[in-house]
Design a protein around this ligand. Sequence first.
Ligand code: DO4
Ligand code: MG
Length: 299
Amino acid sequence: MRIIRYMERDDGPPRLAAVTDDGRAYALEEPDLMTLVRRADKEGIAPSEAVRREIEGARPLAEDWRSLNLLVPVEAPEVWASGVTYERSKEARNEESQGAAGQETVYDKVYRAERPEIFFKSTAARTVGPNRPVCIRSDSSWQVPEPELGLVLDSRGRIIGYTVGNDMSSRDIEGENPLYLPQAKIWRHSCAIGPAVRLAETVANPYNLTIELRIYRGGELAVRESASTGQLRRKLDELVSYLARDNVLFDGTVLLTGTCIVPPGRFTLQPGDRIEIDITGIGTLVNPVAAASDFAAKN
Ligand code: DO4
Ligand code: MG
């Protein structure tokens, strides 16, 4: 069972809907996912069961949920991200920072340390949903999408569901000096999430999901790579417990779990590219790429 947000009209209010496994969408009366979760808590049932009861006998809003005008599935007040949780990320970062041969780098250390790397990634104002442009910054010449499994949390640190995330990253800024990480990670529309939140209790094994990245340039497939969450070096609960430690969590916080895919060589995003990130059972997050200069004018 998946949860989406959509708009009926361009000037209409955001609405919530459920997507069943056959791809049909059903309108829900709750204004957002966390209201649904609180109602299910009060009734002592799982959110997916609350949804099942609510949509029983209803007519679908759409036969194919992808035909709706989709928004971010959850308005995450904060997005946090985990780093160097896959070997591929460690290798790519060692390359871009040109770590001296034979010497242990910060990336080698954090990959095997007990404490994971967790950093602040985005706010609701910087995060875009499906089909909205992500932005590439003007002072970097090496930028890539980072396809990541996103955990949707409540204020108690429970994993409510899973979404697809894109941790847009500037490889040359981070590669110059890891202390530049906030600038390599956070700028206008540098984070995308969506298209749906899959309710956690409806995922049999979150360590067995395929993540695929496709990047189209001029309509042609330029990059296609896939990996599995089975390659994650950390446990999801472990990442959440470090984020929650002596911290304040808000309902709807998203924690990205790190990238397992890095486009090859010097590949860099360009305005006009189209990014597609697919995770089993959640859906495909599609975003066009815009230059910062276009972006201010168009959005
Ligand atoms: O260490 C810097 C960031 C790592 C990251 O974003 C990732 O591994 O996905
Ligand atoms: Mg990342």
